[in-house]
Design a protein around this ligand. Structure first.
Ligand SMILES: [Zn+2]
Length: 251
Protein backbone atom coordinates (compact mmCIF):
# COMPACT_ATOMS: atom_id res chain seq x y z
CA UNK A 1 0.00 0.00 0.00
CA UNK A 2 1.46 3.37 -1.02
CA UNK A 3 2.69 5.69 1.66
CA UNK A 4 1.53 9.14 0.70
CA UNK A 5 1.38 11.39 3.71
CA UNK A 6 4.04 11.88 6.34
CA UNK A 7 3.62 14.13 9.32
CA UNK A 8 5.95 14.47 12.27
CA UNK A 9 3.14 15.94 14.32
CA UNK A 10 -0.56 15.46 13.69
CA UNK A 11 -2.47 18.46 15.00
CA UNK A 12 -5.69 17.54 16.74
CA UNK A 13 -7.03 20.97 17.54
CA UNK A 14 -6.89 24.26 19.29
CA UNK A 15 -8.14 24.31 22.87
CA UNK A 16 -10.35 27.36 22.93
CA UNK A 17 -10.32 27.61 26.72
CA UNK A 18 -6.60 27.36 27.38
CA UNK A 19 -5.18 28.47 24.03
CA UNK A 20 -3.08 25.30 23.89
CA UNK A 21 -2.41 23.45 20.67
CA UNK A 22 -3.42 19.84 21.22
CA UNK A 23 -1.15 17.45 19.38
CA UNK A 24 -0.17 13.83 19.27
CA UNK A 25 2.64 11.87 17.67
CA UNK A 26 2.04 11.73 13.96
CA UNK A 27 1.46 8.79 11.67
CA UNK A 28 1.57 8.05 7.97
CA UNK A 29 -1.63 8.22 5.98
CA UNK A 30 -2.23 6.08 2.94
CA UNK A 31 -4.40 6.94 -0.09
CA UNK A 32 -6.95 4.62 1.51
CA UNK A 33 -6.85 6.70 4.71
CA UNK A 34 -7.40 9.92 2.74
CA UNK A 35 -10.30 8.39 0.82
CA UNK A 36 -11.93 7.38 4.09
CA UNK A 37 -11.51 10.90 5.46
CA UNK A 38 -13.06 12.54 2.38
CA UNK A 39 -16.09 10.23 2.61
CA UNK A 40 -16.37 10.96 6.34
CA UNK A 41 -16.17 14.75 6.03
CA UNK A 42 -18.46 14.69 2.98
CA UNK A 43 -21.09 13.02 5.14
CA UNK A 44 -20.54 15.59 7.89
CA UNK A 45 -20.92 18.47 5.40
CA UNK A 46 -24.27 17.03 4.33
CA UNK A 47 -25.50 16.08 7.81
CA UNK A 48 -24.71 19.51 9.23
CA UNK A 49 -26.56 21.26 6.41
CA UNK A 50 -23.51 22.92 4.91
CA UNK A 51 -24.41 21.49 1.48
CA UNK A 52 -27.61 20.30 -0.21
CA UNK A 53 -28.23 17.90 -3.08
CA UNK A 54 -24.98 17.53 -5.07
CA UNK A 55 -23.41 20.79 -3.82
CA UNK A 56 -19.87 21.15 -2.60
CA UNK A 57 -16.55 19.45 -3.13
CA UNK A 58 -13.54 18.30 -1.13
CA UNK A 59 -9.96 17.50 -2.07
CA UNK A 60 -6.64 16.46 -0.55
CA UNK A 61 -3.10 17.00 -1.86
CA UNK A 62 -1.32 13.64 -1.97
CA UNK A 63 2.36 13.12 -1.26
CA UNK A 64 3.19 12.34 -4.91
CA UNK A 65 1.84 15.69 -6.14
CA UNK A 66 -1.53 14.40 -7.33
CA UNK A 67 -4.90 15.33 -5.84
CA UNK A 68 -7.71 13.19 -4.45
CA UNK A 69 -11.09 14.82 -5.20
CA UNK A 70 -14.81 14.31 -4.91
CA UNK A 71 -16.82 13.55 -8.07
CA UNK A 72 -19.26 15.88 -9.79
CA UNK A 73 -23.03 15.35 -9.73
CA UNK A 74 -23.13 13.28 -6.56
CA UNK A 75 -24.31 13.97 -3.00
CA UNK A 76 -21.35 14.43 -0.72
CA UNK A 77 -23.38 12.61 1.93
CA UNK A 78 -23.74 9.45 -0.18
CA UNK A 79 -20.22 8.85 -1.50
CA UNK A 80 -18.14 5.71 -1.09
CA UNK A 81 -14.39 5.58 -1.51
CA UNK A 82 -14.90 4.08 -5.00
CA UNK A 83 -16.55 7.33 -6.15
CA UNK A 84 -13.43 9.46 -5.57
CA UNK A 85 -11.14 10.61 -8.36
CA UNK A 86 -7.39 11.32 -8.55
CA UNK A 87 -6.19 14.10 -10.87
CA UNK A 88 -2.83 15.58 -11.78
CA UNK A 89 -1.79 19.21 -11.23
CA UNK A 90 -3.63 20.24 -14.43
CA UNK A 91 -6.87 18.59 -13.31
CA UNK A 92 -6.57 15.66 -15.73
CA UNK A 93 -8.02 12.41 -14.35
CA UNK A 94 -5.46 9.75 -13.43
CA UNK A 95 -7.69 7.31 -11.56
CA UNK A 96 -11.36 6.85 -10.80
CA UNK A 97 -14.59 5.93 -12.57
CA UNK A 98 -16.55 9.15 -12.10
CA UNK A 99 -15.79 12.63 -13.43
CA UNK A 100 -14.00 15.05 -11.13
CA UNK A 101 -15.72 18.05 -9.51
CA UNK A 102 -16.37 20.98 -11.83
CA UNK A 103 -14.63 23.20 -9.26
CA UNK A 104 -11.29 21.39 -9.46
CA UNK A 105 -9.64 24.46 -11.04
CA UNK A 106 -10.42 26.48 -7.91
CA UNK A 107 -8.92 23.78 -5.67
CA UNK A 108 -5.76 23.55 -7.80
CA UNK A 109 -5.40 27.34 -7.79
CA UNK A 110 -5.40 27.33 -3.98
CA UNK A 111 -2.85 24.48 -3.82
CA UNK A 112 -0.56 26.31 -6.27
CA UNK A 113 -0.66 29.49 -4.22
CA UNK A 114 -0.50 27.93 -0.76
CA UNK A 115 2.17 25.22 -0.45
CA UNK A 116 1.18 24.81 3.22
CA UNK A 117 -2.36 23.78 2.26
CA UNK A 118 -3.09 20.05 1.96
CA UNK A 119 -6.90 20.05 1.89
CA UNK A 120 -9.69 22.23 0.43
CA UNK A 121 -13.43 22.22 1.19
CA UNK A 122 -16.08 24.10 -0.79
CA UNK A 123 -19.68 24.28 0.44
CA UNK A 124 -22.81 26.44 0.40
CA UNK A 125 -23.52 26.96 4.11
CA UNK A 126 -26.80 28.87 4.18
CA UNK A 127 -26.01 31.67 6.61
CA UNK A 128 -22.50 32.43 5.39
CA UNK A 129 -23.69 32.18 1.78
CA UNK A 130 -26.46 34.60 2.71
CA UNK A 131 -23.79 37.12 3.75
CA UNK A 132 -21.98 36.41 0.46
CA UNK A 133 -25.21 36.99 -1.46
CA UNK A 134 -25.75 40.25 0.41
CA UNK A 135 -22.25 41.40 -0.51
CA UNK A 136 -21.18 41.41 3.15
CA UNK A 137 -17.78 39.99 4.24
CA UNK A 138 -17.47 38.59 7.75
CA UNK A 139 -14.77 41.07 8.70
CA UNK A 140 -16.06 42.59 11.92
CA UNK A 141 -14.19 41.56 15.09
CA UNK A 142 -17.25 40.31 16.96
CA UNK A 143 -15.86 37.14 18.56
CA UNK A 144 -12.43 36.80 20.15
CA UNK A 145 -11.82 33.20 19.12
CA UNK A 146 -12.65 33.88 15.47
CA UNK A 147 -9.99 36.61 15.41
CA UNK A 148 -7.50 34.00 16.65
CA UNK A 149 -8.48 31.08 14.42
CA UNK A 150 -9.58 32.67 11.13
CA UNK A 151 -8.77 36.37 11.45
CA UNK A 152 -11.34 37.80 9.04
CA UNK A 153 -13.39 36.14 6.29
CA UNK A 154 -13.24 38.33 3.17
CA UNK A 155 -15.60 38.38 0.19
CA UNK A 156 -14.40 37.54 -3.33
CA UNK A 157 -16.30 39.12 -6.19
CA UNK A 158 -18.70 37.00 -8.23
CA UNK A 159 -17.53 34.84 -11.12
CA UNK A 160 -19.29 31.91 -12.79
CA UNK A 161 -18.79 28.60 -10.91
CA UNK A 162 -16.49 26.12 -12.61
CA UNK A 163 -14.62 28.74 -14.67
CA UNK A 164 -10.98 29.87 -14.42
CA UNK A 165 -12.31 33.35 -13.62
CA UNK A 166 -13.68 32.04 -10.30
CA UNK A 167 -10.17 31.00 -9.23
CA UNK A 168 -8.82 34.38 -10.34
CA UNK A 169 -11.41 36.14 -8.17
CA UNK A 170 -9.83 34.44 -5.15
CA UNK A 171 -6.30 35.46 -6.15
CA UNK A 172 -5.96 38.62 -4.02
CA UNK A 173 -7.27 36.81 -0.92
CA UNK A 174 -5.87 33.26 -0.93
CA UNK A 175 -2.44 34.15 0.48
CA UNK A 176 -3.68 35.83 3.63
CA UNK A 177 -6.86 33.91 4.50
CA UNK A 178 -7.92 30.33 5.20
CA UNK A 179 -11.62 30.98 4.49
CA UNK A 180 -13.21 33.09 1.75
CA UNK A 181 -16.82 33.99 0.98
CA UNK A 182 -17.62 33.85 -2.76
CA UNK A 183 -20.24 36.41 -3.78
CA UNK A 184 -23.64 34.92 -4.72
CA UNK A 185 -22.19 31.42 -4.43
CA UNK A 186 -20.73 29.96 -1.23
CA UNK A 187 -17.61 29.49 0.85
CA UNK A 188 -14.21 27.89 0.36
CA UNK A 189 -11.95 26.90 3.26
CA UNK A 190 -8.61 25.12 3.41
CA UNK A 191 -5.88 24.05 5.77
CA UNK A 192 -2.95 21.79 6.48
CA UNK A 193 -5.25 18.76 6.54
CA UNK A 194 -8.87 17.87 5.89
CA UNK A 195 -9.86 18.12 9.55
CA UNK A 196 -8.64 21.72 9.64
CA UNK A 197 -10.29 22.64 6.32
CA UNK A 198 -13.60 21.10 7.46
CA UNK A 199 -13.49 22.80 10.85
CA UNK A 200 -12.78 26.13 9.19
CA UNK A 201 -16.00 25.65 7.20
CA UNK A 202 -17.98 24.87 10.37
CA UNK A 203 -16.43 27.90 12.06
CA UNK A 204 -17.36 30.26 9.20
CA UNK A 205 -21.00 29.14 9.27
CA UNK A 206 -21.17 29.34 13.08
CA UNK A 207 -19.64 32.83 12.99
CA UNK A 208 -22.10 33.88 10.27
CA UNK A 209 -25.00 32.78 12.50
CA UNK A 210 -23.62 34.86 15.38
CA UNK A 211 -23.13 37.86 13.09
CA UNK A 212 -26.68 37.44 11.77
CA UNK A 213 -28.06 37.57 15.33
CA UNK A 214 -26.26 40.86 15.93
CA UNK A 215 -27.87 42.23 12.77
CA UNK A 216 -31.29 41.00 13.96
CA UNK A 217 -30.69 42.70 17.30
CA UNK A 218 -29.83 45.83 15.39
CA UNK A 219 -26.59 46.33 17.26
CA UNK A 220 -22.95 45.28 16.95
CA UNK A 221 -20.25 46.04 19.47
CA UNK A 222 -16.95 44.92 17.86
CA UNK A 223 -13.81 44.37 19.92
CA UNK A 224 -11.60 47.42 20.39
CA UNK A 225 -8.41 47.86 18.35
CA UNK A 226 -6.39 47.18 21.51
CA UNK A 227 -8.14 43.90 22.13
CA UNK A 228 -7.87 42.90 18.48
CA UNK A 229 -4.11 43.60 18.58
CA UNK A 230 -3.71 41.27 21.57
CA UNK A 231 -5.71 38.57 19.82
CA UNK A 232 -3.62 38.94 16.65
CA UNK A 233 -0.48 38.34 18.71
CA UNK A 234 -2.04 35.09 19.90
CA UNK A 235 -3.00 34.30 16.28
CA UNK A 236 0.60 34.70 15.12
CA UNK A 237 1.72 32.25 17.81
CA UNK A 238 -1.11 29.92 16.77
CA UNK A 239 0.01 30.03 13.13
CA UNK A 240 3.66 29.55 14.07
CA UNK A 241 2.89 26.56 16.29
CA UNK A 242 1.02 24.99 13.40
CA UNK A 243 3.81 25.72 10.93
CA UNK A 244 1.33 27.35 8.54
CA UNK A 245 0.97 30.71 6.98
CA UNK A 246 4.65 31.57 6.79
CA UNK A 247 4.92 35.09 5.45
CA UNK A 248 1.22 35.70 5.80
CA UNK A 249 -0.26 38.73 7.51
CA UNK A 250 -1.89 38.38 10.89
CA UNK A 251 -5.47 38.52 9.69
ZN1 LIG B 1 -20.36 25.88 -5.28
Amino acid sequence: MARVHLRGIEKLGYDRDTGAIVTSIGFMKTVHDHKGEIVRYGKLLHQTGLVAATDGNLSVRLEDGTFLCTPTLMSKGMMTTDDLVIVDSRGQKIAGVRNVSSEIAMHLFIYRNRPDVHAVVHAHPPTATGFAAAGMPLDSALCSEIVITLGTVPLAHYETPGTPELAEALAPLVGDHDAILMANHGVVTYGEDLLTAYMNMETVEHYAKIALVTHMLGKQKPLSDTHVSKLREIRLKYLAQNHVGAGRSSD
